[in-house]
Design a protein around this ligand. Structure first.
Ligand code: THU
Length: 156
């Protein structure tokens, strides 16, 4: 029998330690929570996608009375960016979540379905996407969607 471990590296930052570009991206994700339509969960999520050409597309979670018909902020933002700029690689995504009027202290991480969608964009353009997960106390940075989705179903 052989064993293998897969590790995920998470760099943890304070907001002040980040570059101006990434601060702007995170601020876009934080602002996007205001557009969340989440009357059922009352959990507001914002996501902002940065493209290689400097454009930022931000979006939020959109819920529906038929619960599975709703969509997470990450997928709304990523599909929006890809639909507007289908030829432009995505370099980073930032995610922020607000509940009961406050941003979370510790970040949330994308759900499994969102990871699969983010991975598709990463694979499609062939570059690592920097993932920034915003928390009031700390910000997680993960280099590449594959780290969030080990043993992923890849293109063949
Ligand atoms: N949600 C997101 O938008 N992104 C995540 O990473 C986790 C969950 C949304 C889905 C739903 O509208 C609400 O948050 C509660 O799960």
């Amino acid at each position: 029998m052989k064993s293998q471990s897969i590790q995920t590296k998470i760099d943890i930052y304070a907001f002040e330690e980040l570059s101006d570009d990434i601060k702007s991206l995170i601020n876009s994700a934080k602002a996007a929570v205001l557009t969340s339509y989440s009357p059922y969960s009352e959990f507001k999520v914002g996501a902002a996608v940065l493209l290689e050409n400097g454009m930022i597309f931000s979006a939020s979670n959109q819920e529906n009375v038929a619960f599975p018909s709703g969509l997470c902020a990450e997928r709304v933002a990523m599909f929006y960016a890809n639909a507007q700029q289908p030829q432009t690689p995505v370099t980073a995504i930032a995610i922020a979540a607000l509940t009961k009027g406050d941003f979370l202290q510790t970040p949330i991480s994308p759900c499994g379905a969102c990871r699969q969608v983010l991975l598709e964009t990463e694979t499609r353009f062939g570059n690592f996407i920097d993932i920034y997960l915003f928390g009031n106390k700390e910000i997680f940075h993960i280099k590449g969607v594959q780290q969030l989705l080990p043993l992923c179903f890849a293109h063949f």
